[in-house]
Write a protein that binds this ligand. Structure first.
Ligand SMILES: Nc1ncnc2c1ncn2[C@@H]1O[C@H](COP(=O)(O)OP(=O)(O)O)[C@@H](O)[C@H]1O
Ligand SMILES: [Mg+2]
Length: 451
């Protein structure tokens, strides 16, 4: 304060005193008035210097407060009228400080909002800084990739996309195949952020797992190829026989009879295949909607079983039907459940042992064990056929999957029966289980909820 005061006073009084002294020394003025003038100038300049130093001190304090953000409200009433400009500067600085504090609060809010959005988005996201290093990863990325994140970011495909995004300041996308720990197909998008996020995030890597989608795409493509192939075989045979009947066999009556028989069989096979394909697509359309009708299994099962009597007799197979008394009604679609029973009994007959026994059982599901704990009904079809090797069991409900395609075709199978069963059971929110022991037989069971 003191050096400021002296400096201010000297600046004000210095030139005046120098001028007065010069006048006195050159005898242009009388010494007494000069001394009086000097005596007046000194206290006046000291007073002015004091006021300046005081205000500059206050200005200094305000600036310091503004710098460390602890600005307090000051009122303009405290101003000294003849020092207006300094007071005005002080007030402007205060306003500036308040505006800066508000802006940094806003930036902080935005930074937190950025972080919260990234954190809560359902896709795995990784935020990279300007140096390409990971700034943070959201919950989903941590859950899905966790410890493999560094390895993932070293993947040459992803590395390349990140480098290109930074080099071109533009978004990039790439498909990655991750072999471990389980094979996955991931679509990665690198979003270059200009301007960057409030925390300096310069790019976001979005990872979407496409494994399921790709599998579905492949399944659809396989399905179309399989269906066309299944239809083409009997069609080719029909075309061949038509040519033969028109040409070489035109006059051969016995050959014509034989060929027409085969043609009828092939046409029937195509018919069966188309029926199954149509059923499958109809069931798929309603699969998301559980049935609401009430079905009395105790009445439905024996009716379906009775329809198999001629075929059972031809193979000398005994069908034992055991339906527990007091079987509850279930919520179901009677036509679809009839189709399930048709397909299961058909398989038990086709792949069962001549002269053997097929058992059809229905009862309330036992509590606990392998079936859901809710009340439900269990239906099973057990045969004494050759059984199915273990490695085939998980795939039997895939469309067109057959253990022995040639044998299945020869006995009128389409390879769609169990796929249809699976879809119907799914629609009923039930569960399907196929158990088999080679040389002993196969049991296919399904559980349906009571309501
Ligand atoms: N009860 C069974 N015993 C032995 N194998 C069976 C039995 N049920 C199904 N399979 C096997 O599962 C395959 C698929 O069955 P399915 O979908 O009904 O087709 P399809 O009977 O038309 O061949 C059959 O080809 C057969 O290899
Ligand atoms: Mg079948």
């Amino acid at each position: 304060m003191l050096p400021g005061l002296l400096l201010g006073a000297t600046a004000i009084a210095g030139p005046a005193i120098t001028a007065l002294m010069t006048l006195a020394l050159c005898h242009d003025a009388a010494i007494v008035p000069v001394l009086i003038a000097i005596a007046l100038v000194v206290p006046a300049s000291l007073a002015l210097g004091l006021l300046w130093a005081n205000d500059i001190g206050r200005l200094n304090a305000i600036v310091r407060e503004a710098v460390d953000g602890s600005g307090t409200d000051r009122t303009e009433g405290a101003s000294v009228p003849w020092l207006g400009p300094i007071q005005a500067i002080a007030l402007d600085i205060e306003r500036l400080a308040r505006a800066t504090a508000a802006r940094s609060a806003l930036v902080e809010r935005l930074r937190r909002a950025d972080a919260a959005i990234v954190e809560r988005l359902p896709d795995p996201l990784i935020v990279l800084g300007a140096d390409h290093a990971v700034l943070r990863a959201n919950t989903s990325a941590r859950a899905v990739y966790g410890a493999e994140m560094p390895a993932l970011l070293r993947h040459p495909g992803l590395r390349g996309a990140i480098d290109r995004a930074f080099a071109d300041a533009a978004d990039q996308a790439t498909d990655l195949v991750l072999p471990v720990p389980v094979p996955r197909e991931v679509h990665a998008t690198v979003l270059f952020l200009d301007p960057p996020l409030a925390d300096g995030g310069q790019a976001i890597v979005v990872l979407s797992d496409r494994t399921r989608e790709r599998a579905v795409e492949r399944m659809r493509a396989d399905f179309v190829a399989n269906a066309s192939h299944e239809l083409r075989t009997p069609l080719a045979s029909l075309i061949g026989f038509i040519d033969t009947l028109r040409g070489p066999a035109a006059e051969d009556r016995p050959a014509q009879e034989r060929f027409l028989g085969i043609m009828a069989e092939q046409a029937a096979r195509m018919n069966l295949l188309i029926d199954d394909l149509l059923s499958l697509s109809r069931i798929e359309l309603t699969e998301h909607q559980p049935p609401s009708d009430r079905v009395e299994l105790a009445a439905l099962l024996p009716r379906i079983a009775a329809g198999f009597e001629p075929r059972l007799a031809a193979r000398r197979i005994t069908l034992v039907v055991e339906i527990a008394t007091g079987l509850p009604q279930i919520a179901g679609d009677a036509d679809q459940l009839a189709q399930v029973m048709q397909n299961l009994l058909d398989n038990a007959l086709k792949y069962g042992r001549d002269g053997g026994t097929i058992r059809l059982l229905a009862a309330r599901a036992p509590a606990g064990g392998r079936w859901p704990a809710r009340p439900g009904v269990l239906v099973g079809v057990a045969d004494q056929g050759a059984g199915i090797a273990k490695q085939h069991l998980p795939r039997l409900t895939e469309r067109f999957y057959r253990v022995d395609a040639g044998r299945s075709r020869a006995i009128g199978g389409t390879g769609l029966g169990l796929a249809i069963v699976k879809h119907i059971v799914n629609r009923h929110r039930g569960q399907l289980l196929i158990e088999s022991e080679e040389g002993v037989g196969t049991t296919v069971s399904f559980w349906l909820p009571e309501r």
